[in-house]
Design a protein around this ligand. Structure first.
Ligand SMILES: C[S@@+](CC[C@H](N)C(=O)[O-])C[C@H]1O[C@@H](n2cnc3c(N)ncnc32)[C@H](O)[C@@H]1O
Ligand code: SF4
Length: 466
């Protein structure tokens, strides 16, 4: 167990206010707003074939289910209202076709180390549909010895029997989207409450063989009070899931119009959000959980906590993952983003466009990006800063067959740009290494931006770092 109360003064409110400005989350590099429409199907096909010879050799599969039976007004995810059984069936057929088309280009000797179903609400599909797609995956791919098979689930649509069935299909990790336990608040947010008590869902998951359950929350929601958030966190701590995740609410009504409906409620200001973050952080770490990133906490024995300690933590669009489990990510479904060694390819956003392309036998590519060697280095450096809070230029150089000075050049490293952070006690550095201090942890995106030459120009369109 981590030493109790050790972490209580890590959040320096003045510093967070001083530096809090919009910035990317660095789930990809370059960020997705740099992807271009000139990236074509043929580019993706070439990238798919080349990916067989590249690192990591392992395969991660991401299955996107862009449907929800009801749309929550705070939602920032890529989803649509589930309209009819026919629509869902047509989508499942398209998904299966896409899986077959992509698998045809992948080397059969490569193994799948991670399968992640996200959404939307995958568990709102009939379980038979999920089983059908899993059957196709098992036919087409070989799994590694210890794969992570995860699903993002909304407890509003999760039956206890579903949990058992998912475990039988091979799922071993589940994120439960709880957001907040105050049903009156959920109603304002146009969100349905959980069907079963969270302790029953958790117990059933563990009994049926799930290795880990995440409880996902959002803080800073319109109309949400500090008491609401803390009661939700206390509930998690009573139950003791393997991981607790508390995302900062991103209000982006220019992008998600339904969020405007929530502007009639009080939108917590930066100061209030900081209090929520600080109170939750203190309570969760006091209970022995290890803070993994700004929003993730894991029990001390959890593999993410161990990866952080060994500096082998990674992050992709699906969240944090260990170096052993991460593969190149092949995404399926509308809006899905594949993350390969050579770059990114995003599927079309329109549901009809996605299904029509596959029905015509074509990959539904909308846009993408081929990364240069310099960008690959930047991506690696940003991963080290964002996930492991530590950068050793020499060790990155070894991976790229380069030199420490080559790596410094690629990220346009200018130690002077970190001087103010150092004075404020957020980083320690010399010419060889950069270490983010525990105090710098909450300004990690701001620190990362100093290693991203693209960020010297613009922060437009990004949400604030806290
Ligand atoms: C793609 S959703 C899927 C989960 C599932 N549909 C549900 O709602 O329980 C994944 C997570 O994103 C988070 N999320 C959604 N909208 C958000 C927003 N505007 N700001 C921050 N986090 C958000 C929520 O915690 C949600 O559980
Ligand atoms: S929060 Fe989850 S359930 Fe609600 S609309 Fe978004 S994806 Fe669907």
């Amino acid at each position: 167990m981590a030493e109790k109360s050790m972490n209580t003064n890590i959040i320096d409110r003045e510093l967070i206010k001083k530096y809090n400005r919009p910035g990317p989350r660095y789930t990809s590099y370059p960020p997705a707003n740099h992807f271009t429409d000139s990236f074509s199907r043929d580019d993706y096909l070439r990238m798919l074939k080349d990916s067989n010879g590249q690192w990591p050799r392992k395969i991660s599969l991401y299955i996107h289910i862009p449907f929800c039976p009801q749309i929550c007004y705070f939602c920032g995810c890529n989803t649509n209202l589930m309209r009819s059984r026919q629509q869902v069936r047509r989508y499942i057929e398209a998904l299966k076709k896409e899986l077959r088309m992509v698998a045809g280009h992948l080397d059969r000797s490569r193994v799948v180390s991670q399968i992640h179903w996200g959404g939307g609400t995958p568990n709102a599909l009939p379980m038979d549909d999920i089983e059908e797609v899993m059957g196709v995956i098992y036919d087409l791919f070989t799994l590694s010895n210890d794969p992570e098979v995860a699903m993002e689930c909304s407890p509003a649509y999760l039956e206890l029997d579903d949990v058992v069935r998912l475990a039988r299909m091979g799922f071993n990790r589940m994120s439960l989207g709880i957001q907040d336990i105050n049903d009156r608040l959920l109603e304002k947010l146009h969100r349905r409450p959980a069907r079963y008590p969270l302790e029953d869902l958790y117990r059933t998951a563990k009994k049926s063989g799930f290795r880990g359950v995440n409880f996902d929350y959002v803080y800073g929601l319109p109309g949400q009070s500090l008491d609401d958030h803390m009661a939700s966190i206390r509930k998690a701590l009573e139950i003791g899931p393997e991981r607790i995740v508390a995302f900062s609410y991103a209000h982006v009504p220019w992008f998600k119009e339904h969020q405007k409906k929530l502007e009639v409620y009080h939108l917590p200001e930066a100061d209030e959000k900081l209090t929520m973050l600080e109170s939750a952080y203190n309570l969760i770490t006091h209970e022995g959980y290890v803070a993994i990133g700004m929003d993730h906490y894991a029990r001390p024995g959890d593999e993410l906590a161990r990866a952080l300690e060994n500096k082998t933590l990674h992050r992709n669009f699906q969240g944090y993952v260990t170096r052993e489990k991460t593969g190149q990510v092949y995404a399926f479904g509308a809006t899905g983003i594949s993350q390969l060694s050579d770059g990114y390819s995003q599927n079309t956003r329109s549901l009809d466009g996605y299904m029509e392309a596959l029905e015509a036998g074509q990959l539904p590519v909308m846009r993408g990006y081929r990364v240069s060697t310099t960008e690959k280095i930047r991506r690696r450096v940003l991963n080290e800063i964002m996930c492991n809070h530590y950068l050793d230029f020499e060790s990155v150089a070894r991976e790229f067959d380069s030199t420490a000075s080559g790596i410094r050049q690629a990220v346009e490293y200018n130690p002077e740009s970190l001087a103010e952070f150092k004075e404020d006690g957020l980083v320690d550095y010399d010419n060889q290494r950069v270490r983010v201090t525990p105090k710098g942890f909450f300004l990690i995106r701001n620190i990362a931006m100093k290693f991203d030459p693209l960020m010297s120009n613009t922060t437009k369109g990004y949400s604030k770092t806290i």
